[in-house]
Design a protein around this ligand. Structure first.
Ligand code: MLT
Length: 278
């Protein structure tokens, strides 16, 4: 499915009804990574999985793709879908950077936040240099070179060794990312702002999910986020790496179900949104 927003067509998929839960994919990926969540959480809410601009079935635009631009696209997407109640936003990795930008600019729309395999810091000089090197490598050697560099780090070592079908499927998803999108994402992530001050503004409970064997985001980033959030609960998912929602979908989905229950018990979502089955 597609909707027209901000002068481009955005691809998305949805399932279920009730509390809106918006899943934001990472780099260099698209909404297909949320298939286990679309299937597993449709009974507890209205699951929405958009493709960020340039990804999946969303048109590409001129870049860089700033995290704020992605967030503004999501705001327009929710308008187009006529969702006027607060939603839960779950961002994985780059999707987490977008969720933080979304909170900064559109807080009244946010009823819950799940940060998965992500971090709040801006790039330091070394990080910026790595982004520049990745841009150069993508432009010189193509999308395939970046995908092969990244792929083993996207999973726990065990998943990578033992679950060839999942690894091959993710490779296919990553390889479908256009070169321009990769470059625009990398430039946007290179310039992303520090979000710690934003985290300090958050009043609602936040859920932080992290794979125990994440090879891209070190464990220290969780402590840094937690220190800046008033009410943050961390759940470490065993036997999972960076793509924890694909590696351990049931544990991931159960953590989200429990989180929704927690928000409901605090009265964050109104009665009219409770208990609707998809
Ligand atoms: C992602 O999975 O979205 C990326 O690894 C994030 C990043 O490169 O910072």
């Amino acid at each position: 499915m597609q909707v027209e927003i901000n002068n481009f067509k955005m691809g998305y998929e949805e399932a279920g009804a009730g509390i809106p839960i918006v899943f934001i994919h990472g780099y260099p990926l698209d909404r297909r990574i949320w298939q286990p969540q679309l299937a597993g959480l449709a009974g507890v809410g209205h699951v929405l999985a958009p493709d960020l601009r340039g990804h999946g079935e969303s048109d590409g635009m001129s870049g860089p793709y700033w995290m704020d631009t992605f967030a503004d696209d999501l705001d327009a997407f929710l308008d187009e879908k006529e969702i006027d109640t607060p939603a839960i936003f779950c961002g994985l990795s780059m999707g987490g950077y977008v969720a933080m930008s979304f909170y900064r600019d559109h807080a009244p729309r946010v009823g819950g936040l799940v940060f998965a395999a992500t971090r709040a810091n801006a790039e330091d000089a070394g990080g910026r240099e790595k982004r520049n090197q990745a841009i150069e490598r993508a432009q010189k050697d193509g999308v395939g070179a970046i995908v092969e560099d990244m792929l083993p780090k996207m999973f726990s070592p065990r998943t990578y060794d033992e679950r060839g079908d999942l690894v091959d499927w993710v490779r296919t998803v990553m390889l479908s990312t256009p070169l321009d999108t990769m470059v625009n994402d990398l430039a946007g992530m290179r310039e992303r702002p520090d979000s710690f001050a934003t985290l300090e503004q958050i009043e609602i409970p936040v859920l932080i999910l992290h794979g125990e064997d994440d090879q891209i985001m070190p464990r220290s980033v969780i402590d840094e986020m937690q220190e800046h959030i008033r009410h943050a609960r961390v759940e470490l998912i065993p036997d999972a790496g960076h793509l924890l929602n694909l590696e351990q979908p049931e544990a991931f989905n159960q953590a989200i179900r429990d989180y929704i229950e927690e928000l409901r018990s605090l009265g964050i979502f109104g009665q009219d949104l409770e208990g609707q089955e998809g």
